[in-house]
Design a protein around this ligand. Structure first.
Ligand code: MF3
Ligand code: CO
Length: 255
C-alpha cells in the first residue's frame, strides 16, 4: 500500500532531508586518500545524532552501521571498515538514511578521491544525471514504470547497465515503503504517481555487466565482473505540478 503524506508529514520529511544533506556537506572535505570507510561512517553518524536524528539502517536485519560506504566495484551496502582505506583515484558512495521526528529521508552521493580518470568521471555523471532524468517524469499522472524506463534507457545509452536485484522505494515513517522503484522497466506500467507520495530514486549502475554478487558478510554487493559501479540517490516528494527533491545540499540547489 502506498502511503500518501499530509503536508505536515512532508514538512517533517524535508527536515530529515536537510539532515541527510548536512551529512554530505560535512563528509565531503574528509574524502581524501588515507581515510577509512569506518571513519567516514563515524563522521556521518555524528552529524545525524547531533542533529537529533537516528540511523534506521543500524540494526536493520542486523546491519551493523548507520550508513553504507561502498568503494569502486562495491555497488551498495558496503559495511564501514577500518581495513578499507581510500586511495587516489577511488570512488566511494555514501548511502545515508536519517530518521528525524519519526520521518525518514534517504540519499546517496558518490565522491571521487583525488584525480579521477575521465571514464570514471563519466560513470559518476551518468549515475547522477540518470536520477534527475528519472525525476523529470516523476510527476502526477505518470507511473513508476515511467521513472524506471527513463533511468534504464538513459544509463544504457552510455553502454552501462542498471542493477536488476536492487531498487529504489517509497519512504516515509519507514525507510522502505511501497512502491518499489526499479531502475529498469516499461513505460506506462506500475503504480500511478499522486501528490504526497515520497520516493527514493536511486540509480545503481555498472560500467560492465549487470550481474552482482553478495559477499559472505551477507551485505556487500559487488559487480560480478569486478568492474566499476556507481550509485546516486535522492528522496523526492510528488507535488501537484511536479516534484520536490528534499535531499539536496545548498550547493547542489544552486547548481
Ligand atoms: N539506503 C539504502 C536503501 O535505499 C538502505 C540500506 S540500509 C541497510 O535501501 F540497512 F539495508 F543496509
Ligand atoms: Co534508498
Amino acid at each position: 500500500m502506498i502511503i500518501v503524506k499530509s503536508s505536515r508529514e512532508i514538512e517533517l520529511m524535508k527536515e530529515a532531508g536537510r539532515l541527510v544533506a548536512k551529512v554530505f556537506e560535512t563528509v565531503e572535505p574528509f574524502i581524501k586518500p588515507g581515510i577509512s570507510t569506518y571513519e567516514i561512517n563515524e563522521i556521518a553518524e555524528k552529524v545525524i545524532y547531533d542533529g537529533g536524528g537516528s540511523c534506521p539502517c543500524k540494526g536493520y536485519y542486523d546491519y551493523p552501521a548507520g550508513t553504507c560506504v561502498s568503494v569502486n566495484e562495491t555497488l551498495i551496502h558496503g559495511i564501514p571498515s577500518k581495513k578499507i582505506i581510500l586511495k587516489e583515484g577511488d570512488i566511494v558512495s555514501l548511502d545515508v538514511v536519517a530518521s528525524l521526528k519519526g520521518y525518514c529521508a534517504d540519499a546517496t552521493r558518490t565522491f571521487g578521491v583525488g584525480i579521477l580518470k575521465d571514464s570514471v568521471k563519466q560513470l559518476m555523471k551518468v549515475a547522477k544525471d540518470a536520477m534527475f532524468e528519472g525525476a523529470k517524469v516523476a510527476i502526477p499522472g505518470n507511473r513508476v514504470g515511467d521513472i524506471s524506463c527513463t533511468i534504464q534507457e538513459y544509463v544504457e545509452s552510455f553502454g552501462y547497465n542498471v542493477a536488476r536485484d536492487f531498487t529504489g522505494h517509497g519512504i516515509g515513517k519507514n525507510m522502505h515503503e511501497d512502491p518499489s522503484v526499479p531502475n529498469f522497466g516499461i513505460r506506462g506500467t506500475g503504480p500511478l504517481l499522486k501528490p504526497g507520495m515520497a520516493l527514493a530514486i536511486e540509480p545503481m549502475i555498472l560500467e560492465g555487466r549487470k550481474e552482482t554478487r553478495i559477499l559472505g558478510d551477507g551485505w556487500t554487493v559487488k559487480s560480478k565482473d569486478g568492474k566499476l559501479t556507481c550509485h546516486y540517490e535522492n528522496t523526492i516528494i510528488i507535488t501537484e505540478n511536479g516534484n520536490e527533491i528534499i535531499t539536496l545540499t545548498e550547493g547542489e540547489k544552486n547548481n
